[in-house]
Design a protein around this ligand. Structure first.
Ligand SMILES: Cc1cc2nc3c(=O)[nH]c(=O)nc-3n(C[C@H](O)[C@H](O)[C@H](O)COP(=O)(O)OP(=O)(O)OC[C@H]3O[C@@H](n4cnc5c(N)ncnc54)[C@H](O)[C@@H]3O)c2cc1C
Length: 385
């Protein structure tokens, strides 16, 4: 590294920004974090971290702190409306082979551990970055409140609506997937869960994830126009009425949910962008490659970014950051694009509503050999650091 004490600015204190900060600390640097919100804390419900994220957490040295705070997930089933299996993926054998497993954790718990692991860094909240300007020797960041900050390197981790990405790639707007989603984490009212599952039916797609401390994380995706005021006004009892004919324990889970526990978002992603590295500026996490949540990979890829950045920096200790960023980009473009595209297509198929199409789809998936599922999981588990 040409400058052994670079001024590094990280924009965004989400999963990408915090894990990148931890990776940089491992390299001996002290980045400064700028977060738009008045405080760094996670809103949101549960998060499934697949085995590749656990590998990445191991690489940045914090897996042993994160794993005890979550719930290991051995099986994932796709079910029909009656609860009959369409596909069942058992990750135990693969996990033995790769030494890690899939995992569910509350977002706020993950954030707490990430913040703790960062230690005493300068973190400025209430600072919304709106532009970056690069010169020969530095990059200057501009903030909404008029402040400017000069850095040697800028890591952009401010999520899917990233101002800086839109400055660098003006046509990179989020795109709506065609479905809207409710989520909640509730206290388990005494339901015995055998693993995580998704129920695919015309009325909606309902996911159930067992969590630590006798909690359940659930989500429901329904096809709807974007920003639909009717959807924003939906209450738990509306969802319960819609899914009243779904198999157990879905009606029981909805009955145990209170309206104030519901979180609602339209599902969006970012059509793959061709570049993450722009000289001294590097895009990370959702600002670079936001994906629909259908494969549960958005946060996993943000954590992988941090692990690959660390790995690449260690491989090129004497290089200029711009060279390290280009090498990082080479390693990340193909994998993240493939996940964004697969997840987008999976969501389309999972959200089908035509009864004929659903019957055909379920029949086809039931006949797929287990090896196809296993191959796809193995592709995800395989990381290059
Ligand atoms: C319904 C749903 C379910 C999901 N489930 C999963 C799952 O099970 N598994 C999984 O791996 N992923 C999942 N994801 C994806 C995951 O939430 C994201 O990929 C992950 O949060 C991305 O982290 P990030 O840090 O890149 O972005 P964000 O989490 O968006 O964090 C960005 C941070 O930057 C801050 N910020 C924004 N703009 C600025 C600015 N201009 N200046 C300074 N700070 C700024 C924000 O306040 C925020 O703190 C899901 C997503 C959704 C919507």
């Amino acid at each position: 590294m040409k400058n052994s004490n670079p001024r590094i600015a990280i924009i965004g204190g989400g999963i990408a920004g915090l894990t990148a900060a931890i990776a940089l600390r491992k390299l001996g640097f002290r980045p400064t974090i700028f977060e738009a919100a008045p405080e760094i804390k996670a809103l949101g419900a549960g998060l499934v971290l697949a085995a590749n994220a656990i590998k990445a957490l191991e690489r940045i040295g914090i897996a042993d702190k994160v794993i005890p705070a979550g719930q290991l997930l051995d099986t994932f089933s796709v079910l029909d409306q009656k609860g009959l299996p369409i596909t069942v993926a058992d990750s135990r054998e693969l996990s033995d082979r790769f030494g890690v497993n899939n995992f569910a954790i509350h977002r706020s718990e993950l954030h707490r551990i990430l913040l703790q692991s960062i230690g005493d860094l300068d973190i400025f909240t209430g600072k919304r970055a709106i532009w970056v300007k690069q010169a020969e020797e530095s990059a200057t960041l501009g903030f909404e409140d008029g402040m400017q900050y000069e850095a040697d390197i800028v890591l952009v981790a401010d999520g899917i609506h990233s101002n800086i990405r839109q400055q660098l790639v003006p046509n990179s707007k989020p795109r709506y997937a065609g479905y809207t989603c409710w989520r909640a984490v509730i206290k388990n009212p005494g339901i015995e869960l055998k693993g995580s599952s998704e129920t695919w039916a015309a009325a909606g797609r309902f996911g159930i994830v067992p969590m630590k401390h006798q909690q359940i994380y659930w989500f429901l995706c329904i096809n709807a126009p974007q920003n639909d005021p009717t959807m924003r006004a939906v209450m738990v009892q509306d969802l319960a009425a819609r899914l009243k004919d779904f198999h157990a324990p879905i009606p029981q889970i909805l009955k145990a949910t209170r309206n104030e526990q519901l979180i609602h978002n339209d599902i969006i992603d970012l059509a793959p962008v061709k570049q993450f590295a722009y000289g001294r500026v590097l895009l990370l996490g959702d600002s670079a490659h936001a994906t629909t949540p259908n494969m549960g990979q958005g946060a996993c890829q943000a954590i992988e970014d941090a692990a690959v950045l660390l790995d690449q920096w260690e491989k090129m200790p004497d290089a200029f950051p711009a060279e390290i960023f280009r090498a990082f980009e080479q390693r990340r473009l193909k994998r993240t694009h493939s996940i964004v595209n697969r997840s987008w297509n999976l969501g389309k198929v999972a959200q089908w509503t035509s009864p004929i199409a659903i019957t055909l789809r379920n029949g086809l998936l039931r006949r797929l050999p287990d090896s196809v599922n296993e191959r796809q999981m193995a592709d995800l588990y395989r990381v290059d650091f």
